[in-house]
Each structure stands twice: as structure tokens, then as C-alpha cells.
Design a protein around this ligand. Sequence first.
Ligand code: DAH
Length: 407
Amino acid sequence: MRSEGRTLRGAALPEWPPPGGSNRGGSHACAPAEEDTGGPGGDHRSVTASGAALPTVALPPSAVTAAVSATITLQQLTDQLQALESEAAAAIGAAADPAELEQLRVDLLGKKGRLSGVLGAMGRLPGEERPQVGQRANVLKEQVQSLLGERLHQLQSSALADRIARETLDVTAPCRYVPPGHRHPLQATVEEILDIFAGLGYRVSEGPEVESDHYNFTALNIPPHHPARDMQDTFYLAPGADGGERLLRTHTSPVQIRHLEANPPPVRIVAPGRVYRRDAVDATHSPVFHQVEVLALDEGLDFSHLRGTVTTFLQRFFGDLPVRFRASYFPFTEPSAEVDVRWRGRWLEVMGCGMVDPAVLEGLGIDPERWSGFAAGLGVERFCMVRHGIDDIRRLYTSDLRFLEQF
Ligand code: DAH
């Protein structure tokens, strides 16, 4: 904040010229006459023409008359300029900011400023003395201007230096520790499964989670009365814009159909993704879970290829353990099988598979006499839980870091 005390207002320099004391000088509003009691020019008061500047009660009428008609000496003006010079230098040096400097400039050099006051009084000097005062005043004006300029420069550069110091970025400072995160065990399991199949020459294909009845059921040869189509088992959604039935896919098998529609055989794909079923939550069930679908279609593929591929995959994932195939049924494969792995002394059912049913291929316009293949599907949660000995599927979804940080 700018302090009045630092400006020349009210400073010790005597008011000059006095208000109304000279037609040329005009009034000088900056220096209250009441304060005009000391300092180098204090004794000039009696020779100023200012009635207002004088404590009239203390002066006899003759003194006022004398003041009004008084002249001024060269010495007095020179003294005033001298005093102005040192006072200006001090005030400028003490100015704290550019606004204060600007105020000082107005007070010192402005139309009604201190220097104008002195120049106004100059008119009352004898003609031959005026140039001396004029020259001195001009020198002083330039001095003040350059002091103002220097101080402004100083203030600006120290403000800049402050700012630079404040904004400095220490690139050598040690970094703040950010604990590294890691993949969720489910995600890690998906990636591991995909990795194994990638190594066997499979590529990844994906499909939507909101499906139509056609892709989720009909095209997969799932008959109308099949229990999976029941309202109790599947989340049905309001019909789409085209009025078509919509549901949350109950398995990743529809990706087989979508992929074959867009890609003629031969194909080898794995399709990971989220699936939905209207199951009550318990230690082994969740209405949302994850599957990976496998599909291979080529000329001459038979059950031995299915067996070899699935066994290789399971042994890479679980280790070199016994694997067995049990006859089963799925609408979209014929024959079909369930696959078990011997894990810690028990047979664990881990996936379903089979040879792609010719009816599915016919529905796609693919000749089943020429193309054959196999499909398989597995639940990622199951793989993850078996591998890590996790007892409850809910642990995978509750985001408890004490649990997740163990993986
Ligand atoms: N889609 C089946 C399910 O969700 C799993 C499955 C079984 C997928 C056999 C297949 C398969 O591709 O051949 O239960």
C-alpha cells in the first residue's frame, strides 16, 4: 500500500509558490501550509505572499502586507530546488511500486507539481537571474525523470526476479513416490488366456454386450423353448429403434456368428468379454462375469484338433496336469464336450467345447461339407479363482485393495 508519508504531499518542503501569491504560479495544492514549519525552507514563510499559508492570528497586519508585496531571491529559489532534489531522490528511492512512482511523478513534475511551483515563482526574479533558475530547474526535471525511470526499472525487474524465483521448477528434485499400480487379477487372467491362444495362431475378435435374440440364440441353433431364452435367465431390454428384441448377451458365442458373417473361413479367433445372466449372487455366481470364446474353422478340422488345442491351452495355463473330455450337449456344437482338469486332487470342470454344428454353418451360408471346425467357451472368473485359490467370486468385484494388492 502506498504511504502518503513517502510522497511529497505534506513533506517538509515549504509550499511554493503560495496560493494566489502569483498569477503565474497559481495555487499549489500539494503542500498544506499548516505543515510549513521547519526544514530548509521554513524561514521563507515570511516572504511568501500567501495569506493562507500564514497563521494569520499570529501575524500583525503589517506582516501580511509585507508578505503580499514580497519578492523572492535567487538564493531562496535555488535552495528550494536543492531541497526538492534531495527530497525527490529519497521519496523515489523509497517508492514501493509503480503506482506510487506515478503518484510521485505527478506530485513532482505535474502541472500542479512542486517543480511547476518553483518555476511559477521564478517570474518574480529579476530578468537576468531567471535563466539560472530555469536551467537548474530543467536539470532537476531531467534528474527526477531519470530517477523515476531507474526506480521503475528496478521495481519491475525485482518483481520479475521474484516471480521467476517463485515459479522455478527444480528438475533435479527427487520425484514424489507414486506407488505403481497393477492389473486386476481378472484382467491379468484374460490377458494370459489370450496370450496362449495368440501363440497358437489365434487373433482377437470382439462383439457387443447388447445383443439381439438372433445372434445370442437363433443363429447359434438354440431352439425357442431352450431354458436360456427364459425371462428368468436372461436380461431382456426394451426393443431397439427397429423394434427388434434386445438383451444383454448371456455368453460370448454370438461373436462366432458376427465374426463369420464378416470374415470367410479359414478363421481362428478368441473373443473375450463380459456376459450377463439373471443369477442370484453367491460365492460362485455373479450376474455379470467374463468369458473367452474360441473358434477355429478350416478345411479338414476334426475332434483331434479340438482335443489337441484345448489340452495344450489348459496345460499352458494350469501346468502339466491331466485333462479329460466328457460327452455333453450344446445346441451349437455336435459332438460337444465338457473339459475337466485334475487340480489338487479333484477333477475341476473348466470349459465347454465341441465341433461346430453344421446347422450353424448352413445358417451362415457356409458349406459344412467343405468347412469344419471347433468352438470352446470358458469362464474367466473360474480360471482366475482356481489358479489363485480364491474362495468367493465376490472378492473379484468389491475392489478391496487389501485383497487386490496380493496379486
Ligand atoms: N456358450 C457356452 C456357455 O455360455 C459355453 C460354450 C460351450 C461355448 C461350448 C462354446 C462351446 O463355444 O463350444 O455356457
